[in-house]
Structure formats: structure tokens, C-alpha cells
Design a protein around this ligand. Structure first.
Ligand code: HEC
Length: 106
């Protein structure tokens, strides 16, 4: 039993990864784990401040489009801030982040 357990965990993890890739949709819970950086500038509630726009409750597809554009460098942001915070993320991360922020109250 002790030996088998890690195998089960790895298998389940792998299946979840596969499912995520096939569906290619944002997962709110996963996005919540990634918001650590965002709240620094956009605020705990994502409502922004005098320098940053509110991102809470925006359309998921819109957020994703913006994040992908910042990630690729297609869209510029003030002091390159958004590029810096999206460049090392996978597309799945961006989808999860978009799902999370879209789920927040406007
Ligand atoms: C260092 C500060 C900073 C951090 C950290 C940051 N942002 Fe931003 N974000 C900005 C600024 C400034 C803008 C405005 C961009 C511009 O210049 O047009 C912006 C714009 C955006 C936009 C576009 C909003 C719109 O209405 O088009 C989205 C979406 C966004 N940020 C999401 C995020 C997410 C998700 C994270 C976390 C991964 C994050 N940001 C982290 C500063 C930051």
C-alpha cells in the first residue's frame, strides 16, 4: 500500500493534466493559486487603483485575450509591467487566471 500510493497520486495528477489540456479551459481554483502577483497591483479584490485597471468580473475571453497579448509582447503596458508578469506563464496559467478574475465580483 505504501508503495502503491505515490503511483496513484501521479496517475491521477497526470489524468487531470491531460483533461486540462484537452478541455483547454480556465480553472477558477487553479487561477486562484496564481493571483499572488496580480493582487499586488490590481488589489485583493481585483478592482485596481489609481494606476491599474479593474480586472474583476471582466469577460473571461477578454481577459484571456489581453493576457495573451501582454505575454507575447503584442500589447504594451505601462513600464512593461504586464509583460513582466505574464511572460513566464504557460497558456494554461493564463486561461486559469482569466477564469479566476472573470469569476470575481465586478
Ligand atoms: C506591477 C503591477 C502589475 C501586476 C503585478 C499585474 N498587473 Fe495587470 N496591469 C497593470 C497595469 C499598469 C495595467 C494597465 C496596462 C496598460 O498600461 O494599458 C494592467 C492591465 C491588466 C489587464 C488589462 C485590463 C484591461 O481592461 O484591458 C489585465 C487583464 C491584467 N492587467 C491582469 C493581470 C493579472 C491576471 C495579473 C497577475 C498575473 C496582473 N495583471 C499583474 C499592472 C500590473
Amino acid at each position: 500500500m505504501l508503495i502503491k500510493k505515490p503511483i496513484v497520486v501521479v496517475t491521477v495528477g497526470f489524468l487531470m493534466l491531460m483533461a486540462g489540456n484537452i478541455e483547454a479551459t480556465g480553472r477558477v481554483e487553479k487561477g486562484a493559486d496564481l493571483t499572488f502577483d496580480c493582487i499586488e497591483c490590481h488589489g485583493m479584490d481585483g478592482k485596481g487603483n489609481f494606476e491599474t485597471p479593474s480586472i474583476a468580473g471582466l469577460d473571461e475571453a477578454y481577459i484571456l485575450k489581453q493576457l495573451r497579448a501582454f505575454n507575447s509582447g503584442k500589447k504594451e503596458s505601462m513600464d512593461d509591467m504586464m509583460h513582466t508578469y505574464t511572460e513566464d506563464r504557460t497558456d494554461q496559467d493564463l486561461q486559469d487566471l482569466a477564469a479566476y478574475w472573470a469569476s470575481r465580483e465586478k
